[in-house]
Design a protein around this ligand. Sequence first.
Ligand SMILES: [Zn+2]
Length: 251
Amino acid sequence: MKPFKIRLRFHGDLNVFLRSKAGDAVIERRLAEKTSIKDVIESCGVPHPEVDLILVDEKIVGFDHTVANDAKVEVFPVENHGTDRTEKRLQHVDITTFVTDGHLGSLTRNLRLLGFDVAYEQNADDRQLLEVMARENRALLTRDRRLLMHGIVQHGYCPRSQNADEQTIEVVRRFDLSESIAPFTRCLRCNAPLEAAAKADVIDELEPLTKIYYDQFRRCPGCKQIYWPGSHFPKLQKRIEEIRSRVRGKA
Ligand SMILES: [Zn+2]
């Protein structure tokens, strides 16, 4: 087969994945055999769950499109700014359940604090993460690009920031979660939805001052942890408000 040349331009923040010099969002690939556009894109370092729209010579294509001749390719990220998504997009945004890898413990707590269903095992290996993802139809959150490139991954996201609060804002934006935030409804330790608990039912397990000052309690049916709006509560509320306003402000 005659060798051919693919010229790819990566839009938005997809350049963070490129192995080439920073700021250079155009990559050329020389190929000698028919190749799927998904493989060409991933060979540049960009995991397929990050790709929302592909144009090959100005035509919209899917991941299974193959290239066999010179072509110009435009690759777009998921940009969910309330824009019209009726075009043929490759990613879903309406996902509310997640599985996080072992390095994202703080992000996991933040998302649970906002009420989201996040499966997390600190010591889970790649195979276990992918199993939970596929079995429970969760989106995979990981900074491991190789893992995100696994063929079985349908929905996923690589947090750009290393900071958990920033990561939280990124995830809420990426999956359009701001309308679904339900703070203090989920156990931060084990992810189970909390249940209201009568004071009489939990009073034996409370510290003396908590018994006096608080009347509203929730209990985790999973790990039995008791939650109440204690001294840490205003700080958590402030954090949630910050996340909300940052998401709204797109800043
Ligand atoms: Zn629990």
